[in-house]
Design a protein around this ligand. Structure first.
Ligand SMILES: Cc1cc2nc3c(=O)[nH]c(=O)nc-3n(C[C@H](O)[C@H](O)[C@H](O)COP(=O)(O)O)c2cc1C
Length: 159
């Protein structure tokens, strides 16, 4: 069965069989966006939903049973990093999958917006505004990331 078919089935399976796993993908050069990704996963797991944290280089990974998705990248020359751009160009039909975008930035922070736009083009339902954090996320920013993880988890729990 092809990736697209498996993925859209995976979304349905979440609702029908309570398969709940959230996939948090990131690409990060100095660990700032990775820290955001880890905090998002903390929020997910604190809500009792399994979280799979995946570095962009390790994608593709199975999308079976993924009930929500977070994709993050820092901004480089106004765009997401290359591996995330590639992943975004290869996404299957997301069929209303709840999703968020996030990323650290230095001065302009376009990457999370571009990620959100591409996710929407692929049929994702963006559940919050793109989360942008300047430089390394401080405790307040990490708390926002955890909150987003909790929100993602709440979508997975909805029947
Ligand atoms: C070559 C290069 C280009 C960058 N271009 C941008 C940019 O266009 N806009 C921006 O906001 N930040 C830019 N940055 C800053 C990074 O987004 C910022 O340092 C970020 O915190 C890195 O996060 P990371 O550790 O998750 O990769 C650039 C950094 C580098 C090294």
């Amino acid at each position: 069965m092809g990736l697209q078919k498996r993925f859209s089935l995976g979304i349905c399976e979440c609702a029908l069989f309570d398969m709940t796993e959230i996939l948090v993908i990131y690409e990060s050069t100095m660990g700032r966006t990775r820290a955001m990704a880890q905090a998002i996963c903390e929020g997910v797991t604190a809500s009792g939903v399994p979280c799979r944290l995946v570095q962009a280089d390790d994608f593709p990974t199975t999308l079976n049973g993924v009930c929500a998705l977070a994709i993050g990248s820092s901004t480089r020359i106004k765009r997401p990093l290359p591996r995330i751009r590639q992943i975004l160009s290869e996404l299957p039909d997301l069929n209303g999958l709840p999703a968020v975008s996030y990323g650290s930035y230095g001065w302009s922070g376009e990457a999370p917006d571009e990620i959100a736009n591409r996710l929407q083009e692929h049929g994702a339902r963006m559940i919050v505004e793109p989360l942008k954090v300047k430089d390394y996320p401080d405790e307040k920013a990490l708390a926002k990331c955890r909150d987003i993880g909790v929100k993602l988890a709440s979508w997975c729990s909805k029947k």
